[in-house]
Design a protein. Structure first.
Length: 459
């Protein structure tokens, strides 16, 4: 199937590369010449395990190409994905300017032949119908006046198309597996024809022809109306964010009453109604999705006259977890001005270089404002962190991070951080405070070698 993917950011690039891996002919569209040049050289502008190899394989087989000419990509496509950014505004509202521009341009370029226009970007409920109107408006701009007069309406002169919602559920660091072996595929549309096209597009995934262990299983293909599909994306992210904020709230109570949050999480997680995933206490969630989507859902509710109190609390608890690190450092080191603190990790999670809304960046900025010299070590996110905080010093090694430091703070649970020789680090430090912001390390061992070790929920 011929597919156009408009936007080659994180979602668009993963979507395009994976669809090409399934055998579809994919054209990625972007208006950034620099990004296109990088992609045409066989490189990728983001860090995602396995993605560079997948993009290269698609290009080598002639199944994946990139262009800045949207009209060419749309002209040959049966399915057009909109995968552009929807950044948050100051009040939690969603900036839909990129979606609007692309939808109008798609309308201006549509020619004869049926197409399915897919909203892959995370957009507020009701955006599917809005995108349809924008595309029709784009069509009006290009339909010759004489042709329009000959029809009963301008819409009759437009090529046939349907708009569907197909939310993404990609996790940075495991995006390829999430795309090719998902828990479910959600498609929202009232058009049986559009649903059939989407089912055909995703048939290899639905039938799981590419399972590594050779076992075939069926992936649920969830058909809904447009509004419900759009809400599913927000509700899913809001619920996961809520689980994290909930266990962090429990951790803070555990610290006061003498309970162990890891044991509590294990005990409640065995209840199948709750589940163990996303019950890891720490410094909270970050990244480009949870914060944006929770805020957008709360704002959406307010627009309809409803106060989403739980969602508001989820955001408040998450923000407080980052401040917990600063407060713990003040408790252990007293006056922070003039102290040196090393951060283990900058990315908001392992296996990515993404620092958007990363707890480490918030913590580092607060410490720098308090007069702390802050160093950081991250396998891939160092340059991005330095760009965000020029005052941040990047360490070349764990030993350099610890040299003369008063405290270390583990913020990102990179597996390599478990392999560090912490005894050697302790000998290089001025003071031995270690704050484990992910409850990731072995507290008993670290205390035994001389660290003043504190984890989230420690009483």
């Amino acid at each position: 199937m011929q597919v156009a993917v408009v936007g080659t950011g994180y979602v668009g690039l993963v979507t395009g590369a994976c669809l090409a891996a399934l055998g579809h002919h994919v054209t990625g569209v972007d208006n950034d010449p620099g990004k296109l040049a990088v992609l045409e050289r066989g490189e990728i502008p983001i860090f995602e395990p396995g993605l560079a190899e997948l993009v290269a394989a698609g290009q080598r087989k002639g199944l994946l190409r990139f262009t800045d000419r949207l009209e060419l990509a749309v002209g040959r496509a049966a399915v057009v994905f909109i995968c552009v950014g929807t950044p948050p505004g100051p009040e939690g509202e969603v900036d839909l300017s990129q979606v609007e521009a692309v939808a109008r341009r798609i309308g201006e370029t549509l020619d004869a032949g049926y197409r399915v226009i897919v909203n892959k970007s995370t957009v507020p409920v009701g955006s599917g119908d809005w995108v349809r109107v924008l595309i029709e408006d784009g069509v009006r701009r290009r339909v010759p006046v004489a042709a329009a007069i000959e029809t009963t309406s301008l819409i009759d002169a437009s090529p046939p198309f349907d708009v569907v919602s197909n939310p993404e559920f990609l996790r940075e660091g495991t995006a390829i597996a999430d795309m090719l072996h998902p828990d479910r595929i959600v498609v929202g549309s009232d058009s049986a024809r559009a649903l059939a096209v989407m089912r055909e597009l995703y048939a290899p995934i639905i039938e799981q022809r590419f399972v590594p262990d050779g076992l075939r299983r069926s992936v649920p293909f969830v058909e809904t109306d447009l509004a419900s599909a759009e809400m599913i994306k927000y509700a899913a992210n809001a619920f996961l964010a809520t689980k994290i904020s909930f266990i962090n709230e429990i951790a803070n109570i555990c610290a006061r009453v003498g309970a162990r949050v890891d044991q509590v999480a294990h005990g409640i997680g065995l209840d199948e109604r709750i589940g163990r995933r996303f019950l890891n206490a720490g410094v909270g969630w970050g990244g480009s999705c949870f914060g944006k989507d929770v805020a957008a859902l709360a704002r959406m509710a307010a627009d309809y006259g409803y106060e989403a109190r739980v969602l508001q609390a989820v955001q408040v608890v998450n923000a407080a977890q980052r401040q917990w690190v600063v407060q713990k450092l003040q408790e252990r080191l007293k006056v922070l001005k003039g102290k040196t603190v090393g951060l283990l990790g900058l990315a908001f999670k392992p296996e990515t270089d993404d620092i958007r809304d990363a707890p480490a960046i918030t913590i580092a900025a607060r410490l720098i404002a308090l007069g702390v010299k802050v160093r950081a070590l991250d396998p891939v996110a160092g340059p991005a962190g330095r760009a965000a905080l020029p005052e941040l010093e990047l360490a070349s090694s764990a030993e350099a991070l610890a040299e003369g430091a008063d405290a270390l703070v583990l913020v990102t649970e990179w597996p390599a951080f478990r392999e560090i020789d912490y005894a050697a680090l302790r000998r290089r430090m001025r003071h031995g405070t270690l704050i484990d912001g992910r409850n990731f390390l072995c507290g008993e061992r670290l205390r035994a070698i001389g660290f003043d070790y504190w984890a989230v929920g420690d009483g």
